[in-house]
Design a protein around this ligand. Structure first.
Ligand code: G4P
Length: 529
């Protein structure tokens, strides 16, 4: 197969949802289609379980196990599908945001009864900002839920999407009869009283067929025809270009648990979803078809086994082919590195590969060379953009509790921050270190890992911060900027990239600061140009 064909056949995507909408179940059903797993439950067992929310050790253990499931790859109809796992747990939202920098498209799962939920709003916003093509899957149609048109309204209003349904449900819950596939123009009937499996699928060529009445009954047939007319009247036709540009989002209905509507989703997905797209580096736009290899680190996974302290850095290949034992330039530190055992991922396994193509994810064993966002190339100085940090939600001073181990402590903090476990801020005034996290859980994780992996001890002290805002650099001679820096000195810190950050202690003080120093530009995201 030619290099070009290899790129064309790749689909690298993420599934996002609010916890419990059915992401894991859908992932599993997709893998079953690809023949990548033999039975349901294989992915499920790796999920961070709800009961584990207060048990961080259990979560970390499960995260350790889930290395292999970070990327699930399989072949379906000759397409190479790479699903990137995005943790649903909100304390790991940063992980998910970063993973979204490595996908070429996403599938959003929404629960038919709950509609759009909080985590969905945040994640979709990130995808919208980056114009990532999105397909929505409305799940759990076998249960009583909300009206389909209501849900479509919800997607438009709460998520700001421009939707067009590509399938439409016939009934719901107890009366769920099946789905009309607008894209393929046929009907699949959901049969079997137990509603546990599709026992029979009947395809119709035309919605006008009188056979429809015989099978789903007069009133359901009439209702379906009415609904489809309304769909035609209200929603635009599906337009692949708009979908790829991120300005139109097709919607499918189904039930992942019953494996219903999943094949339709997958078949349409492999046809319309993009193969690896050009990616913006600070220097230029890089096309997947370029011969020279380039890629970036979007995730670092620590080895939970204290005997094997190396980490696994996950690289998304943007262009060219990544080859085993070939030297590549680590752009940030200017060193050439060779990798004798790059890992590729297949279903639940990882194995050593000789060659990987754009869109693929390669896992590299790392002894501390990589940070999230690092770029590898064949020599060109490229820096990939789009791995921003968001303002953490919780902040605490971190103190050294064992003065004999300060070297270990700083090394540990450094490495944990490189992995993206949390963010470190160093106060301008006195050099004290403040840790910022998305969830309160991470403080325990850090304390535990510092002790068990680095032999260092730390304590925390409260530091009330409302939001971290990145300060846009300004002319140092600008009087307003000088005044801001002088007055707010106590609240200024540097992040790990040495960018200036304002740690506002309340919403009120943030507003006052913005009013008082209008020329000082504050951002809630670390990348702003
Ligand atoms: P998540 O990854 O998005 O958090 O969701 P997950 O797939 O774990 O699904 C959450 C719950 O919803 C699970 O039930 C799952 O079985 C159920 N579910 C998923 N898809 C469907 C569907 O199409 N119909 C119905 N009725 N339920 C669905 P659970 O009780 O939390 O877990 P389990 O005990 O079944 O494993």
């Amino acid at each position: 197969m030619s290099f070009k064909d290899e790129i064309q056949r790749r689909r690298t995507f993420g599934i996002i949802s609010h916890p419990d909408a059915g992401k894991t179940t859908l992932t599993e059903k997709l893998l079953l289609f690809g023949g990548a797993i033999q039975e349901a439950g294989a992915v499920k067992n790796n999920k961070i379980k709800k009961t584990a929310t207060s048990d961080f050790m259990e979560i970390e253990r499960q995260r350790g196990i889930s290395v292999a499931t970070s990327v699930l790859a399989f072949i379906y109809k000759d397409k190479k599908i790479n699903i990137l796992d995005t943790p649903g747990h909100k304390d790991f939202a940063e992980d998910t945001f970063r993973t979204l920098t490595a996908v070429d498209s996403v599938i959003v799962v929404v629960d038919v009864a709950k509609g759009v939920e909080e985590q969905t709003v945040k994640l979709v916003e990130v995808c919208r900002m980056r114009s990532i093509p999105m397909i929505v899957f409305i799940n759990k149609l076998d249960r009583e839920g909300r009206d389909a048109f209501d849900l479509l309204d919800d997607l438009e209003q709460k998520l700001g999407l421009a939707v067009t349904p590509l399938s439409f449900p016939i009934g719901m819950g107890y009366d769920f009869k099946g789905i009309y596939n607008i894209y393929e123009k046929n009907i699949n009937l959901f049969s079997g009283d137990s509603k546990k499996n599709i026992e029979e699928t009947i395809a119709f060529d035309s919605i006008e067929s009188p056979e429809l009445e015989q099978i789903i009954g007069n009133s359901a047939a009439e209702e379906l025809r009415d609904n489809l007319e309304l769909v035609r009247g209200v929603y635009p036709d599906f337009d692949k270009k708009s979908y790829l540009a991120g300005t139109q989002q097709p919607v499918f209905f189904g039930s992942a648990l019953n494996n219903f509507g999943v094949r339709e989703l997958l078949d349409c997905f492999i046809e319309i979803a993009p193969s690896p797209r050009p990616k913006k580096a600070e220097e230029r736009l890089v096309d997947a078809g370029e011969k020279e290899m380039s890629g970036f680190v979007f995730k670092i996974h620590a080895n939970m086994d204290p005997k094997h302290r190396d980490r696994l850095a996950f690289i998304k290949i943007v262009s060219g082919t990544f080859e085993r034992n070939k030297p590549y330039l680590h752009v940030r530190n200017g060193k050439k590195l060779k990798f004798s055992s790059p890992n590729a991922f297949f279903a639940e396994k990882k194995e050593i590969v000789d060659i990987s193509y754009p869109g693929d994810i390669v896992g590299l064993h790392d002894t501390g060379n990589f940070k999230i966002g690092d770029t590898l190339t064949e020599g060109e100085e490229l820096h990939y953009k789009g791995i921003p940090s968001f303002s953490p939600e919780h902040f605490r001073y971190i103190n050294n509790a064992d003065p004999m181990k300060s070297k270990q402590l700083y090394k540990g903090i450094d490495q944990l921050m490189d992995e993206g476990v949390a963010q470190l801020f160093t106060l301008e005034m006195n050099g004290r270190k403040v840790i910022g996290t998305v969830g309160a859980l991470q403080f325990e994780v850090i304390q535990y890992r510092l002790e068990h992996e680095y032999g260092a001890k730390c304590t925390y002290e409260n530091f009330p911060v409302f939001k971290a805002c990145w300060v846009e650099p300004s002319d140092p001679k600008n009087d307003e900027f000088k005044e801001f820096k002088r007055v707010k000195q106590k609240f200024l810190a540097k992040d790990k990239r040495n960018q200036l950050v304002f740690l506002a202690d309340s919403q009120f003080s943030l507003q006052m600061t913005q009013q008082k120093y209008p020329s000082v530009k504050l951002h809630f995201v670390s990348e702003f140009n």
